[in-house]
Design a protein around this ligand. Structure first.
Ligand SMILES: Cc1ncc(COP(=O)(O)O)c(C=O)c1O
Length: 411
């Protein structure tokens, strides 16, 4: 057993002391489920972060589509500071003004309107857990045992959300998972074949982020909406990664002109303060009754005040339009690099998948970081970009320069 004398107590005297031996300390203190990261970050401002050695990086991953307003945005800092000094947490025995305000805002921006209802949790996986329970409630007579999800999808790592996740390598160590979940191919033909009146719900990501930013086939969501309505199944969209303006719309389904029965949200809502939400539409809003679901922290005033600040700032600064425009600009900049490694560009707005000709994503990510750029590789042959929605001309130009260096180094 490690004695107190030989362990490494946290020290906060200076950046140098925070940096000292941090990799060993990480491996020692953090659960083995996390690989030791390559860098330790200490602070951020706008679209940049600094590591404990004082190196600056352009952050084009945004905490995986979380830091919608970048780092240390004054609107978020002000809202969180004010709320923590006013009322940080109560419990579900009490309502609070920020909680109501955020629920009402989410009803408006999702289009769920006055028939919408919002459940708050603390993460994407919890939003999906609520969605799984909603699906179960769409089977009052026990005649709909099935939930459909897509092969290669990602919905989280709790047992319920992992049951929906279509990645065998993530699932297998934890089987048996929930019964009744089936993973189908992401084609309209597979949907037509599988979706009958034994299905509680179809759960779909409009763009599969963790799979490498993979788009659905054209008209997939429209067909999913038609079929689920015809067969009495719920259409549940996982917009945890695509939602809150990331694709240039508040939600990706709005590009397709459809409305789901429920949408799961998290990541960008509160710009880095943990939160998740399930928003239901129409009759699906009547499925849960009091006492059937809950969360100690979910919807607390601190997280919801942060959410209100982020959503207000997205509106005030026109960040949906910015996401669309900057997305185009970044795509054009990547095309202009002319690297033979880049085979395709996927996704929408500021969720961009760069397809690579060879399985060298890890090399590109490492070379980018060495050059001062943060991106990630969700699989061997894809790079994902999900920069803050506030990204501007200067950051796009800096990205183009650094990404060109990274592609060249990896090639
Ligand atoms: C589409 C999607 N669903 C669910 C999740 C799980 O969210 P969390 O990690 O907050 O539990 C993620 C996280 O990456 C995601 O991208």
């Amino acid at each position: 057993m490690t004695s107190i004398a030989t362990s490494h107590p946290p020290t906060h005297d200076s950046p140098r002391s925070a940096a000292h031996g941090w990799r060993e300390r990480f491996g020692d203190a953090l659960m083995g489920s996390l690989a030791t990261p390559a860098r330790m970050l200490e602070r951020g401002e706008g679209c940049h972060v600094w590591d404990v050695e004082g190196r600056r990086y352009l952050d084009f991953l945004g905490g995986i589509a979380v830091n919608a307003l970048g780092h240390a945005h004054p609107a978020l800092v002000e809202a969180v500071s004010r709320q923590v000094a006013t009322l940080a947490h109560v419990s579900n025995f009490f309502a609070t003004p920020p909680q109501l305000e955020l629920a009402e805002r989410l009803r408006v921006i999702t289009g769920a309107g006055s028939r919408g209802r919002v459940f708050f949790g603390n993460s994407g996986a919890e939003a999906i857990e609520a969605a799984v329970k909603l699906a179960r409630l769409n089977d009052p007579h026990g005649s709909r045992p099935r939930i459909l999800a897509l092969a290669n999808s990602f919905h989280g790592r709790t047992i319920g959300s992992l049951s929906l996740t279509g990645k065998p390598a993530l699932r297998e160590p934890f089987e048996p998972l929930l019964p009744g979940v089936e993973h189908i191919d992401s084609t309209i033909e597979a949907l037509d074949a599988a979706l009958d009146d034994t299905v509680q719900a179809l759960v779909v990501e409009p763009i599969k982020g963790e799979a490498g930013v993979i788009d659905l086939p054209d008209r997939y969501l429209a067909r999913a909406r038609e079929l689920t309505r015809e067969r009495g199944a719920l259409l549940i969209l996982d917009e945890i990664q695509t939602g809150i303006g990331r694709t240039g719309h508040w939600f990706a389904y709005q590009r397709d002109g459809i409305e789901p029965d429920a949408v799961a949200l998290a990541k960008g809502i509160a710009g880095g303060v943990p939160i998740g939400a399930l928003v239901t539409f129409g009759d699906a809003s009547d499925l849960f009754t009091a006492g059937q679901h809950g969360s100690t922290f979910g919807g607390n005033p601190l997280a919801t005040a942060a959410g209100n600040a982020v959503l207000a700032e997205i509106e005030r600064s026109g960040l949906l339009g910015n996401a669309e425009r900057r997305g185009e600009q970044i795509r054009a900049a990547i095309a202009a690099i002319g690297s033979p490694l880049v085979t395709e560009l996927r996704g929408a707005g500021l969720l961009i998948g760069v397809g690579l000709a060879e399985p060298v994503a890890a090399r590109v990510v490492a070379a980018a970081a060495d050059a001062g750029l943060i991106v990630n590789g969700p699989n061997d042959s894809s790079i994902r970009l999900a920069p803050p929605l506030i990204v501007g001309d200067a950051e796009v130009a800096e990205f183009a320069e650094l990404f060109a260096l990274a592609l060249e180094a990896a090639a």
